[in-house]
Design a protein around this ligand. Structure first.
Ligand code: SAM
Length: 285
């Protein structure tokens, strides 16, 4: 293993990118403990939070703060320390640094300065969620947190609807219903979806259904805790216009109103609202 020993002017220190648990302390790796113990400095988003984690493992290394509000100022200082031979370990509050967390600027600066970078792999919410999802993982795309509104959000939603890879994204619990609803509106209502919640913790849960079904579940109440949302790829469960028309005809024959037909076509078969409206009303005649 590359040791995190103090170097010299001739041997620069290493920047270690260390993954830490996302809820279950048992997920900390031996290597993470060794590297954090032997580094000259640990840099962390929230020093108090990370101090508690380090104390749990008896790690005495000093901790200083590194987050989006001080990274521009701190990066040159950290690069100087690495150049002088000190190894530095970056951690985030939970999971893998740089995955929707700070660190990209420091890694870019370290590369620019020709300094060694070593990832210490371990927990990450996105990987745990995908692996437990049951969705195909030969190809997947991670979108991080979606923008909350505006054109960029609409463009990303459209990209998800067209994606031929499984999609994973982070979402605040109170935004899950709105995002699922936006996907239904954009025509992805019939796609498989999985909401992974409280991974590695006591109330870990994977809830599976179509995007439409889960939109309906969470419209009645937000999930609790931390959430990763995943959507199956676009080539799954494609439904043709004639399939939609024959389904609408059956529903009409069983006495469903045009409104009920439309809702079913959107949430269960993944039709866009416009197409579902046209088909639901056309089958009236
Ligand atoms: N870098 C972290 C990682 O690799 O897991 C992710 C950091 S990001 C700022 C935090 C988001 O990750 C949360 O809002 C949630 O979407 C997801 N997350 C973190 N821990 C989780 C958990 N235990 N269960 C489900 N989602 C989690």
């Amino acid at each position: 293993m590359r040791a995190a020993k103090a170097g010299t002017e001739d041997t620069p220190g290493t920047l270690f990118l260390v993954s830490t648990p996302i809820g279950n302390l048992g997920d900390m790796s031996h290597r993470a403990v060794e590297v954090l113990s032997s580094a000259a400095l640990v840099i962390a988003e929230d020093t108090r939070h990370s101090r508690r984690l380090l104390d749990h493992y008896g790690i005495r290394t000093p901790v200083s703060s590194y987050h989006e509000h001080n990274e521009a100022k701190e990066t040159p200082r950290l690069i100087s320390r690495l150049r002088a031979g000190d190894s530095i370990a970056l951690v985030s509050d939970a999971g893998t640094p740089l995955i929707s967390d700070p660190g990209s600027r420091l890694v870019a600066a370290a590369l620019e300065a020709n300094l060694p970078i070593v990832p210490i792999p371990g927990p990450s919410a996105v990987m745990a969620a995908l692996v437990g999802s049951g969705l195909p993982l030969d190809r997947f795309t991670f979108f991080g947190f979606l923008p909350r509104k505006g054109r960029e959000r609409a463009e990303i939603i459209a990209e998800i609807v067209d994606s031929s890879a499984t999609v994973a994204l982070f979402e605040a619990a109170n935004r899950v219903a709105a995002t699922l609803e936006a996907l239904v509106e954009a025509g992805a209502g019939a796609r498989h979806a999985v909401v992974a919640r409280e991974l590695t913790k006591q109330f870990e849960e994977f809830r599976r259904g179509t995007v439409g079904e889960l939109a309906s579940v969470y419209s009645k109440g937000d999930p609790k805790g931390e959430v990763v949302l995943m959507i199956g790829r676009a080539d799954e469960r494609e439904v043709s216009k004639s399939d939609l028309e024959s389904e609408a005809a059956k529903l009409r024959a069983s006495g469903k109103s045009p409104r009920e037909v439309m809702d079913h076509l959107v949430s269960t078969l993944g039709a866009s609202r416009n197409a579902a409206y046209r088909i639901a009303h056309h089958s009236e005649t």
